[in-house]
Design a protein around this ligand. Structure first.
Ligand SMILES: C[S@@+](CC[C@H](N)C(=O)[O-])C[C@H]1O[C@@H](n2cnc3c(N)ncnc32)[C@H](O)[C@@H]1O
Ligand SMILES: [Zn+2]
Length: 152
């Protein structure tokens, strides 16, 4: 049985949803794409910022470009309180459950966007209690709270 299904999302258009209860640590879906060299992704303008949604680093030499319709995992939306994370394993990239997930929950991971002058272009609609309103990696969210305090 497939662990996920595609469904209309409350966050954005479509998303992936758990088709059954999923245990923490389970490999849910492969993030499929084309292996490209880091040297290539560094000069290709389509990856020219820290917000290239479909690009995953595999190791020092290789990245994975997942911007293909056949890559179902690309439908997973961002959340500020995600239940999945994405890791490389050899030359493959997998989406893993980072907590126990109940049947019917939307799958999500942290897109890992950086905090920079562009951040307001990426509003977040994940709806989680700790949502900072923008798609920004967990480790940089304190910067939003700080910029709010100083009124920027
Ligand atoms: C990789 S796609 C995810 C799949 C998308 N929902 C779809 O149906 O094609 C990434 C895009 O989904 C949207 N998205 C993902 N997570 C979001 C979030 N937490 N809040 C708002 N938009 C989000 C953004 O437009 C982002 O550029
Ligand atoms: Zn959010």
């Amino acid at each position: 049985m497939k662990l996920y299904k595609i469904k209309k999302s409350n966050i954005d258009k479509n998303g992936l949803y758990a088709n059954c209860d999923i245990k923490k640590g389970t490999k849910i879906i492969e993030y499929k794409g084309k292996i490209i060299s880091v040297a290539q992704s560094e000069i290709d303008p389509k990856f020219n910022n820290n917000k290239a949604i479909y690009l995953f680093n595999i190791n020092k030499k290789f990245d994975l470009d997942g911007n293909y319709r056949s890559n179902t995992a690309r439908l997973i939306n961002h959340s500020c309180n995600p239940n999945c994370e994405v890791f490389g394993s050899g030359l493959k990239v997998w989406v893993y459950a980072m907590k126990n997930i109940k049947k019917g929950e939307e799958l999500s991971y942290d897109y890992g966007f950086s905090f920079d002058e562009d951040y307001k272009k990426f509003p977040c609609r994940c709806g989680s209690e700790n949502c900072v309103g923008y798609i920004i990696r967990e480790g940089s969210r304190w910067r939003i709270k700080k910029s709010r305090k100083i009124g920027k």
